[in-house]
Design a protein around this ligand. Structure first.
Ligand code: OGA
Ligand code: MN
Length: 268
C-alpha cells in the first residue's frame, strides 16, 4: 500500500512507501492520485533511463518524438540540442497545445539540480476554473483560443530576426476551446504561453483577458513549487497543469530526463 501526503492545498501529492514501481496496483494508485491531484512526487528513486521508461510504460503509452523515449531537459547547448527552445519552459505553459491530442502526463527525473533557482512551478487550471463565479463562467463559455509556438517563443525573443520568425511560422497553430469540457465532466482552462489570441476578439481585449486569466490561475492558492532533489521523480497531468521552470543559470548542472505518456482525448 502506498501512502500519500498533499504538496499544497489545491494540488500535488507525494507518494511514499513504494516498494515495487512496476507493481500494477502501484501504477493504478499513481494514476488515480495524478488524476485528482495533478502532480505526483516520489523522492529518492534515482531511476536509470531504462527504469524510467519501464515505470512510464506502466502509466501509459510512452511517446518517442524523434525516435527517443527519453528527452534531456537542459538549457545548456552541450547537453541538449533543444536548449535554445527550452528557454520557453521559463514561462507558464501547457505542453502540446498545438497538437490535436495533448500528452496525458509528463515525467521528469532529476539527474542534477541547479545550485540556485531551477525549481518547477505548477498551477491547476481545474482548481482555477472551479473557483470562477457563474458570471465569469458565462463570459468564457464558447470562447476559442488560437495557440502557437510563435506566441510562446516571442516571450523569449520579443524582437525575432526574420529567419527565426519564419522558422516558428512553419509550425502549425491550433485552436482549442478556452474552457475544456471533458468527457468525464471535469473542466479546465487551456491558457499559457502558447495562447496567442481569442478568436473574434479585438487584439488588446484578447491579450488582456488571456493575461488576466493566467495571473488568476497561477495565484499561490492554485499552485505548487517543487524544489528539486537529485533522484526525484515528478509526474504531472499535462492536460490541466500549467507549469514553468524558475530561472536558473543555463550553464548550471541542472539536468532533467523527460518521458511523455500519450493522451487519448483531443482538445475540444
Ligand atoms: C517540460 C518543462 C520544466 C522544467 O519539460 O515540459 O516544462 O522545470 N520543464 O524543466
Ligand atoms: Mn513543459
Amino acid at each position: 500500500m502506498i501512502e500519500t501526503t498533499a504538496l499544497s492545498p489545491a494540488l500535488g501529492v507525494q507518494v511514499h512507501g513504494v516498494e515495487d514501481l512496476l507493481d500494477d496496483v502501484v501504477a493504478a494508485q499513481c494514476l488515480e492520485a495524478l488524476k485528482w491531484r495533478g502532480v505526483l512526487l516520489i523522492r529518492g528513486l534515482n531511476l536509470s533511463d531504462e527504469q524510467q521508461v519501464a515505470f512510464s510504460r506502466k502509466l501509459g503509452t510512452v511517446l518517442a518524438p524523434g525516435g527517443k523515449e527519453v528527452f534531456v531537459v537542459s538549457l545548456n547547448p552541450e547537453k541538449s540540442r533543444s536548449a535554445e527552445y527550452l528557454k520557453g519552459t521559463l514561462f507558464w505553459h501547457i505542453d502540446d497545445t498545438t497538437n490535436d491530442i495533448p500528452a496525458k502526463a509528463t515525467m521528469l527525473t532529476c539527474k542534477h539540480a541547479a545550485m540556485v533557482g531551477g525549481g518547477t512551478e505548477f498551477a491547476s487550471t481545474y482548481a482555477a476554473y472551479e473557483s470562477l463565479s457563474d458570471n465569469e463562467r458565462k463570459r468564457y463559455e464558447g470562447l476559442r483560443v488560437v495557440h502557437s509556438f510563435e506566441a510562446a517563443q516571442r516571450l523569449v525573443h520579443p524582437d525575432p530576426p526574420a529567419d527565426m520568425l519564419a522558422g516558428w511560422r512553419k509550425l502549425p497553430t491550433h485552436e482549442t476551446s478556452l474552457v475544456w469540457d471533458r468527457k468525464d465532466g471535469r473542466r479546465s482552462l487551456v491558457i499559457g504561453a502558447t495562447a496567442d489570441h481569442i478568436v473574434g476578439m479585438r487584439p488588446e481585449e484578447s491579450r488582456e483577458l488571456l493575461d488576466e486569466l493566467l495571473a488568476y490561475t497561477t495565484q499561490e492558492r492554485f499552485s505548487y513549487t517543487h524544489e528539486w532533489q537529485v533522484g526525484d521523480v515528478v509526474i504531472w497531468d499535462n492536460t490541466g497543469m500549467l507549469h514553468r521552470a524558475l530561472p536558473y543559470d543555463p550553464s548550471s548542472e541542472r539536468e532533467m530526463h523527460r518521458t511523455t505518456m500519450a493522451g487519448s482525448e483531443a482538445w475540444a
